[in-house]
Design a protein around this ligand. Structure first.
Ligand SMILES: NC(=O)c1ccc[n+]([C@@H]2O[C@H](COP(=O)([O-])OP(=O)(O)OC[C@H]3O[C@@H](n4cnc5c(N)ncnc54)[C@H](OP(=O)(O)O)[C@@H]3O)[C@@H](O)[C@H]2O)c1
Length: 251
């Protein structure tokens, strides 16, 4: 039996466990099992590895995507640049980290833009400066989309929510929410934006996927903007993790 799983804390609502358990059932994969490993502290990670020598792959979620780096033998180039890992491949006792959020986001936005005939996106705002925002920065750089980070706190090279006036919004095409605002059970929360300045030339991408339509997306839709939630990104990152774990050539 090959054991896979998810580390994070808390892990009450896990998409990954449901996704992989269904996948194994539907694709007749009988020798794999996916489990949840809630760790109260990342210090418990070495003991988890010792007590489960059959572990071959892990996903990593909040709050350990950055903290887990120090336990890895190797980190692939993209994940190293981002400074966050959401996938670990364990082979012959060696741990290598990857970031497949990058792949999920890029695939999802490229497909959406193509399907909807959206013109070349030139600039973006990224709301939030946590782990996920770094993956989005990486993809936007790759796609040659200029971006500005928006934070609750004043930091170098970052603007604050109160800087977001009608003129800033009207000069931007893409807004990506990488904050947990709007995520169940806090469905009523949303990022503070001048929503009335949005129109049909904007695309709002919410990394949140539960609920399907957050207040952020609903307010954008009301102004005629294109909206996209984090569901396809989630599937994309999960499938990329699976490819890494099972492809002997993935290094
Ligand atoms: N769809 C997918 O595949 C996918 C993949 C990864 C993550 N996600 C989702 O993306 C979200 C963020 O993940 P993450 O790992 O980056 O989380 P995170 O590290 O906890 O932080 C996100 C950032 O959001 C901002 N933030 C946090 N609480 C806030 C609040 N109450 N009001 C305004 N801003 C707040 C903070 O930035 P500032 O301090 O700079 O304001 C924080 O650094 C989560 O909802 C996660 O589920 C989805």
């Amino acid at each position: 039996m090959k054991r896979f799983g998810l580390i994070g804390f808390p892990l009450s609502h896990s998409f990954s466990k449901k996704y992989f358990t269904n996948k194994y059932e539907q694709e007749g994969i009988l020798d794999c099992k996916y489990e949840l490993f809630p760790l109260e502290s990342i210090d418990q990670f070495p003991d988890l590895l010792k007590s489960h020598p059959d572990l071959v792959g892990l996903n990593v979620t909040i709050p350990y995507k950055e903290q887990v780096l120090k336990y890895l033998d190797e980190v692939d180039a993209g994940a190293a640049q981002i400074g966050a890992v959401n996938t670990i491949k364990i082979s012959k006792g060696r741990l290598k980290g990857y970031n497949t959020d990058v792949y999920g986001f890029e695939q999802s936005i490229r497909q959406f833009v193509l399907k909807n005939g959206i013109d070349n996106i030139e600039n973006a705002l990224i709301l939030g400066t946590g782990g996920a925002s770094k993956a989005i920065e990486y993809v936007l750089e790759k796609m040659e989309i200029e971006y500005t980070l928006v934070s609750r706190n004043v930091k170098k090279g970052v603007i604050c929510y109160h800087d977001l006036n009608a003129s800033v919004i009207s000069n931007i095409q893409l807004i990506v929410n990488t904050t947990p605002l709007g995520m169940s059970p806090n469905e009523h929360s949303y990022p503070e934006l001048p929503y009335s300045s949005l129109n049909e030339k904007h695309l709002l991408f919410d990394l949140v996927y539960n609920p399907e339509k957050t207040v952020f997306l609903r307010k954008g839709e009301e102004q005629g903007a294109y909206i996209l939630n984090g569901h396809e990104m989630l599937i994309g990152q999960a499938e990329k993790s699976w490819e890494i774990w099972t492809n002997k050539n993935a290094n």
